[in-house]
Design a protein around this ligand. Structure first.
Ligand code: AMP
Length: 332
């Protein structure tokens, strides 16, 4: 088994990445690169769990791959999930130790399935946590840097690793989740009771996307939901009573700003806008440079996928052998 610290995290190419993806995942992923052997990928197979348009998937995959590099993930092994077939192969083995009961209890499955009276939800939406477990376990990953919304899925990966090891023999490392100290769950600015997600329509009222121009950031922050409290003590964090203000304060701090001396919601919003724009500007500049050189991005991801295929082959073989699969045993 590998002893170096291995980290793995994937992002789904299901729309333009948001400030939540940056603060909850991309930045913490970039920060850990020099202390560990990091594998970071574009989860294109996960994007097929909901109705999708192939052309848009291709565009979103390239945009996300380019943004990952622009966010500074240049000292990690970068790859597109479907280019490493072992992910889908191990996923099947893990489906064979997972139960329908535990998969149907996943919050994201229950949420997306609610309201589907016609029963057209894709089967892969039920089974994708097994694929996510395969993504993680295939690399004998120690740490999974993700936003707080992925906690339940990483718990499942741990359960499946333990169950597989107990049933068939020690094959997998049991991974730990790591979430950032602030902004582990960036909320939608127009509805701070829901997470800022990228699958809504472009230009959705409460979502800041990483490639949004400064005027768009300003508009979205200016319209952010606050509350009716006034007076010098109104600018304070209180997740239950003041979710909108708490979210703005978390974003401000995570983007390097400070609320010291700020007493009005207007001033808070101006500070949040400036802090967010100052984080997005260098990212957007680097994205533009990389987008002008797609062959470079292709080469980075091709080399990454090659390394992933090499690293994962022995782990898949060990899992198959433990489960009794493989070439014909000797006769007699
Ligand atoms: P996804 O966009 O679902 O593919 O998520 C990719 C990564 O971004 C995962 O690590 C998520 O936990 C993280 N993430 C997504 N949305 C948010 C959010 N609103 N706040 C913090 N982290 C997020």
């Amino acid at each position: 088994m590998t002893t170096t610290d291995r980290r793995l995290s994937l992002l789904k190419p299901t729309g333009s990445p948001t400030l939540g993806n940056l603060l909850g995942a991309l930045r913490p992923m970039a920060a850990g690169q020099d202390d560990a052997d990091c594998f970071y990928g574009v989860a294109d197979l996960h994007a097929l769990t909901i109705p999708h348009d192939p052309a848009r998937l291709r565009t979103a995959t390239r945009e996300l791959a380019t943004l990952m590099l622009a966010a500074g993930l240049d000292r990690s092994t970068l790859f597109v999930q479907s280019r490493v077939p072992a992910h889908a192969q191990l996923s099947y083995l893990l489906e064979c130790v997972a139960s329908v009961g535990e998969l149907s209890r996943m919050i994201q499955f229950k949420g997306k399935r609610a309201g589907d009276r016609a029963g057209t939800t894709r089967t892969s939406l039920l089974t994708y946590p097994a694929l996510m477990a395969a993504d993680i376990l295939l690399y004998r990953t120690h740490r999974v840097p993700v936003g707080d919304d992925q906690r339940q899925h990483v718990e499942l990966a741990r359960d499946l690793a333990l169950r597989f090891n107990r049933t068939y023999g020690e094959v997998f490392v049991v991974p730990e989740i790591t979430t950032p100290p602030v902004a582990a769950r960036v909320m939608d600015l127009a509805d701070p009771s829901t997470k800022m997600g990228k699958s809504g329509s472009e230009g959705a009222a409460g979502v800041i996307r990483l490639l949004d121009p400064p005027e768009q950031v300003r508009r979205v922050v200016a319209r952010a939901v606050t509350d009716s409290e006034t007076g010098p003590g109104a600018v304070r964090a209180d997740r239950d009573e003041k979710p909108g203000i708490t979210n703005l304060l978390e974003i401000l701090v995570a983007c390097g700003g400070s609320a010291d001396g700020i007493t009005t919601y207007g001033a808070l919003k101006r500070a949040v806008t400036d802090a967010v724009v100052s984080v997005l500007e260098p990212l957007q500049r680097r994205h533009a440079e990389l987008a002008a050189d797609p062959a470079y991005v292709d080469a980075v991801f091709a080399a990454g996928a090659q390394r992933c295929r090499e690293v994962t082959a022995p782990v898949l073989s060990a899992a198959e052998a433990a489960a009794g699969l493989g070439s014909l045993p000797a006769a007699g």
